[in-house]
Design a binder for this molecule. Structure first.
Ligand SMILES: Cc1ncc(COP(=O)(O)O)c(C=O)c1O
Length: 364
């Protein structure tokens, strides 16, 4: 019996993968399992998705890649961000694919691969407007020319990342697609065939079919969400994770009782208050204090007082049969993660990635 746990619905993950495949027919799918698969458990999700014939896995750094390799995952793994030189030996040793951003990075990686007598599969990342990582399109042209001399690197992909696939005006994303197409053309003319071409993350899979190319990278949609809670798409997806806890303590208090740190809440009348063993250490943020609602026996109960490291207090006055040990849903089952993210002044990604180590993961 757990104090706080995440219920992860594996059938919904399979459903979401089918929905993504249906949305991007003809493209292969890379499951982005960064940040412990956005809190869902990277190893468990990798095993599940490999079982569903996923083509590629994406991670954020070499530690995440090696966690999957150590768990026996042999599927292709790409570090979708960037690596630092200290990560190169283990990346090469374990057959991890890497995104290249600079000429220097390419030559250092090539030297390490040469030292180990191996070849590294690399993707060239083009910065078409994200402004975070990647080579500028004009740098990519000479780079692609010279790449052939780096004999221990095998170019297997070309990619970019969109900064605003959710904007109502699609012009910027369209321009990014055009820039990317130019790089694709150059690679083609230089004789690089059979490359994986990838640009779309979840929202672009939905909004920009011209950006599917032959591989799409999806994270949040696998977990049943999209950044803005896009209508229609939401109906095609099923939320995967529900965060739950249970009542640890219950008390009746008179009017005027202060609740929690800093006494941010005084009971306006006699009230029944329940204490839940979940707090910001679990990812239930202080910004949810006096704002969020949770679900108890199918009824919504407001969070009252300030969320602390280990505890959250709720008003259960309108649930007369509430009892110690009762299950409480913080999100899932009628309280959507979009709502929680709005209350928390965060994006759904942050809420999922912020789930703490102490939150038990239960796969159903
Ligand atoms: C480079 C890259 N590709 C794809 C993704 C997946 O994005 P989403 O979760 O919106 O599908 C991410 C996520 O941060 C990313 O950084």
């Amino acid at each position: 019996m757990h104090r706080v746990w995440a219920e992860i619905d594996t059938a919904s993950v399979r459903h979401n993968l089918r929905a993504i495949r249906a949305r991007a027919p003809g493209a292969k799918v890379m499951a982005v399992l960064k940040a412990n698969a956005y809190g869902h458990g990277a190893v468990e999700m990798a095993r599940l998705l490999v079982g569903q014939g996923i083509d590629h896995l994406g991670v954020g750094d070499s530690g995440e890649a090696l966690e999957l390799r150590d768990a026996g995952i042999t599927a292709p793994i790409l570090i979708v961000g960037g690596i630092i030189p200290g990560e190169m030996p283990r990346v090469v040793e374990n057959g991890i694919e890497v995104n290249l951003h600079t000429v220097q990075m390419a030559s250092e990686l090539n030297a390490e691969a040469q030292r180990q007598g191996r070849t590294v599969r690399v993707h060239l990342k083009i910065d078409t407007g994200m402004g975070r990582l990647g080579m500028q399109p004009f740098e990519a042209v000479p780079f692609l020319h010279s790449l052939r001399s780096l004999r221990n690197l095998e170019l297997v992909g070309l990619c970019t990342h969109f900064s605003s696939p959710y904007e109502e005006n699609p012009a910027f994303t369209q321009r990014q697609i055009e820039y990317f197409n130019l790089a694709v053309e150059v690679a083609d003319r230089l004789g690089y065939g059979g490359l994986s071409l990838h640009a779309s993350s979840s929202l672009a899979i939905w909004n920009h079919p011209l950006a599917h190319f032959n591989l799409v990278r999806t994270g949040i949609a696998l977990w049943g969400l999209l950044p803005g809670g896009e209508e229609g798409w939401e109906q095609a997806l099923k939320p995967v994770l529900a965060l739950k806890s249970r009542i640890l303590f219950l008390k009746d208090v008179p009017e005027g009782t202060p609740i929690g740190y800093n006494r941010t809440y005084y009971t306006p009348a006699p009230m029944r208050i329940a204490t839940l063993p979940v707090g910001y250490n679990d990812g239930y943020r202080t910004s949810l204090s006096n704002r969020a609602q949770v679900s108890l026996r199918g009824r919504r109960c407001p969070v009252v007082g300030r969320v602390s490291m280990d505890y959250t207090t709720i008003d259960v006055g309108h649930v007369p049969d509430a009892a110690v040990g009762d299950e409480v849903t913080l999100f899932g089952d009628g309280i959507s993660l979009y709502e929680v993210a709005t209350w928390a002044e965060a994006i759904p990604y942050e809420v999922l990635c912020g789930l703490g180590r102490r939150v038990a993961r239960e796969y159903i």
